[in-house]
Design a protein around this ligand. Structure first.
Ligand SMILES: O=c1ccn([C@H]2C[C@H](O)[C@@H](COP(=O)(O)OP(=O)(O)OP(=O)(O)O)O2)c(=O)[nH]1
Ligand SMILES: [Mg+2]
Length: 147
């Protein structure tokens, strides 16, 4: 896809996000912090990344947790997947939450999330009285697991 224009502040601690391997889906985002922060159990905090973007219309960025942080420290993202709109020009921030039962420290420059760029469509909703019938109908929430 076309290049995406980005602005990043505090470049020394926060280099431009990049893909870690040839076929990585996400690029890691770093905490743009002056000093380390400690999250108490169940505490949530809005962590700045220092990253600002101009996504092309038709693309969004999804902010997702990193599995290593989640598994080792219980640190995850409260609103995952976070949505970055194409017309957003503010700083990308991450809502981290500590789901472990111990305090967890986030260091300046630590990789706290990953960002996936994805296409989306905007739908035109048309209201009708009746929807078409299907085999599934209104079945859901484990419906196909019943014998
Ligand atoms: O994890 C996130 C989620 C969102 N945003 C920014 C970009 C996004 O375009 C904007 C709005 O996000 P969202 O639509 O999820 O929040 P809202 O509560 O609906 O706020 P708004 O009324 O501003 O849309 O906030 C972030 O920086 N990080
Ligand atoms: Mg919104």
């Amino acid at each position: 896809m076309a290049a995406i224009t980005v602005k990043i502040i505090n470049k020394s601690a926060n280099p431009l996000p990049s893909y870690a391997t040839a076929d990585s889906a996400g690029m890691d985002l770093r905490a743009n912090l002056e000093t380390a922060i400690t999250l108490q159990p169940l505490e949530r905090v809005l962590v700045p990344t220092g990253l600002f973007m101009e996504l092309p219309a038709g693309y969004e960025a999804q902010i997702r947790p990193r599995s290593g942080l989640a598994f080792k420290q219980g640190l995850t993202i409260l609103n995952t997947p976070g949505t970055i709109d194409a017309d957003y020009r503010g700083e990308i921030k991450i809502i981290l939450i500590n789901l472990s039962n111990e305090p967890q420290v986030v260091a300046p420059g630590e990789r706290i999330a990953q960002m996936i760029i994805a296409p989306y469509i905007q739908a035109n909703l048309e209201a009708v009285e009746l929807l078409t019938e299907t085999d599934r109908g209104a079945g859901g929430f484990g419906h196909t697991g019943k014998s």
